[in-house]
Design a protein around this ligand. Sequence first.
Ligand SMILES: CC(C)(COP(=O)(O)OP(=O)(O)OC[C@H]1O[C@@H](n2cnc3c(N)ncnc32)[C@H](O)[C@@H]1OP(=O)(O)O)[C@@H](O)C(=O)NCCC(=O)NCCS
Length: 173
Amino acid sequence: MSARDWWEDPPEIVLLNERHDRKSFTCGQPAMDDFLRTAPLNPHAEYKVWVATPRPGSSEILAYYAMHPDPIDLVSEEESVAQGVVTVVSVERLATSMHYQGRGLGDFLLATIIDQVIEASEVHPIEALTLVPLNDRVRAWYLRLGFLPTPGREGLFLPLSTLRLARASRLAE
Ligand SMILES: CC(C)(COP(=O)(O)OP(=O)(O)OC[C@H]1O[C@@H](n2cnc3c(N)ncnc32)[C@H](O)[C@@H]1OP(=O)(O)O)[C@@H](O)C(=O)NCCC(=O)NCCS
C-alpha cells in the first residue's frame, strides 16, 4: 500500500462527536486510549478533543489531539482579550492509531495545531505552544520540529514567532 500524502489528501479534522468509534482506537498507550474513550462531548468541557478521520463523515479515528486552552475557546473569549491576558497553549494529548503510526500523520496534525494556534493568536495574545513528550524518541521528533527545552523542566515549548515561521516555510514549499 502506498503511503498517503496527508497534505495532498488530508484527513477530516473535526471535534469528537457521537458518530466516532472511540472503542476501536488504540495507540499502544492505554492511558491515551482511555482519555479518548472517556472524554466528555459537552462543548463546555475543560478539554475539546479533535479527531482525524480518513474521510468526511467517517466514524474511524486515525488520530486525536487535545489542547488546553483550546484555540476555539480563546477566539470566543473576548473578555480576556480585552484584559490583555497572554496565554500559553498546551498540547495535552496527541496520539495516532497504531495502524497509522510512522506514516507522517503526526507531522500533519502538528501543522494543523500550529494553524489553529496562529489563527487564535490573531484575536488573543498567545506566547507559545508547549507540551511534555512521552518518551525520548518523541522528544527528539519535537526538537527536530523546532521545539525548545524549557529550562529546569521536562516540557518543551515553541514560541509564537517560531510557529509563524514554521507555517510560512511550509506554505513556501
Ligand atoms: C508519537 C505519535 C503521536 C506520532 O504520530 P505519528 O503519526 O506516528 O507521527 P509521524 O509518522 O509523523 O512520525 C513522527 C515521529 O513520531 C514518533 N513515532 C512514530 N511512530 C512511533 C511509534 N510507533 N512509537 C513511538 N514513536 C513513534 C517518531 O519520533 C517519529 O519521528 P521519527 O520517525 O523521525 O523518529 C504516535 O506515534 C503515537 O501516538 N504514539 C503513541 C502515543 C505517544 O507516544 N504519544 C506521545 C505524545 S507526546
